[in-house]
Ligand binder design. Sequence first.
Ligand SMILES: NC(=O)C1=CN([C@@H]2O[C@H](COP(=O)(O)OP(=O)(O)OC[C@H]3O[C@@H](n4cnc5c(N)ncnc54)[C@H](O)[C@@H]3O)[C@@H](O)[C@H]2O)C=CC1
Ligand SMILES: C[N+](C)(C)CC(=O)CC(=O)[O-]
Length: 496
Amino acid sequence: MTRITKAACIGGGVIGGGWIARFLLAGIDVSVFDPHPEASRIVGEVLANAEKAYAMLTGAPLPPRGRLTFETSLQEAVSGADWIQESVPERLDLKRRVLTEIDAAARPDALIGSSTSGLLPSDLQRDMKHPERLFVAHPYNPVYLLPLVEIVGGEKTSKATIEAAMERLVPIGMKGVHIVKEIEAFVGDRLLEALWREALWLIHDDICTVETLDDVIRYSFGLRWAQMGLFQTYRIAGGEAGMRHFLAQFGPCLAWPWTKLTDVVDLDDALIEKIGKQSDEQAAGLSIRALERIRDENLVGILQALKAGNDGRGWGAGQLLKDFERSLWAAGGGKTAAIDPSGPLKLVETKVSPAWVDYNSHMTEHRYLQVFGDTSDALLRLIGVDLAYVEAGRSYYTVETHIRHLGEAKLGQAIHSTCQILAVDDKRLHLFHTICDTESGAVLATAEQMLLHVDTEAGKATPAPAAVLDKANLIATAHAKLPPPDGAGRHVGQKR
Ligand SMILES: NC(=O)C1=CN([C@@H]2O[C@H](COP(=O)(O)OP(=O)(O)OC[C@H]3O[C@@H](n4cnc5c(N)ncnc54)[C@H](O)[C@@H]3O)[C@@H](O)[C@H]2O)C=CC1
Ligand SMILES: C[N+](C)(C)CC(=O)CC(=O)[O-]
């Protein structure tokens, strides 16, 4: 799979900032051009939120963050970049000018994506010398968490460009959908605008407030849409007879006066003030950045729930996250930086994610097991038991775990986990893990585990090969010199 090696972002506002974070956190160097005097502060704040969100989103090893540079000219920014993302304000004249400048300065094989929400790529590429490499790459806010990108070509865009763009989105955890015919606003914004138009009428006509309208969405179909979209949701709503019955029953309503159709409400001063006032009341003093953090925590929780859906196989955006994590493990998981076996190995660093917190407002018990499981997995990769090893039919299975809960981990808290090998023989790995608060070093939980080496096809324990045992023994020999960890060998109910 071909990867982006260097990205350039022209425009670093809401969307440019999101793209910058997406690229950097995928390990890609990014150079930015944005004449706004506070561009670097704005991008820095978006990036800080994105890093916080990623720490909660995944325990998979992210690559080292890409290098971020701000340039004083567009030409310097695009130099050497193989993906250039334009995210300047939504004005055709401005975008055409900027895209023409990018076209003149970019390397010949660079792909040029525009974040436009609705302008036609054929209009955008009109003045370009190499229009075949221009496409719309329309993302959704926040770009670093929402994976979708609508890829739309214009009359002069080449097929190869579309294919290359779609392919390069995969390693950065995004899902490209190719919209085969160009229309204004593509698919997503066409749908959103229809809903928005209706919403503005409902406020204008005093049917409800903005808060009630948002409640109607977020307590009902908003929850459905995140996981099944529209058509699959309606298929189920047709009962056992499915979609055809649904169409027969509710199709005729489309001709009833349920909607204002394409009438556009007049956004006069009075309506703007009414919506602005109601929106201020709804925000209850929360700043935009604070609302962004709440939104991000919620999105992380939803993505993680979807990752666990469909009997653990993942569903929709959650399945995409699962695949992305798999690629992260495959790419970086085995290459743990210099291991120092003179102490317990620090193998997992993470933050307590919203989906991990229970009704007691702290990390719930099975998430401790998840972190301990991740710690065992990290150790296994270290001794050569990686994805390729497992796919070849052998692995280690956990046969016993004893967890002790000694402290509380709260939402967003930075925690890490260490591993001490207690014993190794040809079939068994006896491990002792400790989860600590990263700031204070306080011990929050420990787990003692026994793992058995298995032939996964036969479903039987089998001796591990020398290559694995040698690596495990090297660490175990060093760990044998450490004092036995406090709590090792304890059983439930034992007095301290
Ligand atoms: N805000 C949103 O929800 C979404 C916006 N988009 C699209 O993304 C694009 C950017 O929108 P936002 O980020 O929301 O706008 P924004 O106003 O937050 O950011 C635009 C940035 O472009 C910079 N800029 C202006 N002229 C420039 C130039 N000549 N060269 C380089 N930078 C320049 C500005 O200083 C500003 O930082 C638009 O095409 C918009 O339709 C796409 C998806 C969602
Ligand atoms: C309002 N908007 C048209 C800029 C929205 C988008 O383009 C996509 C989004 O993130 O909702």
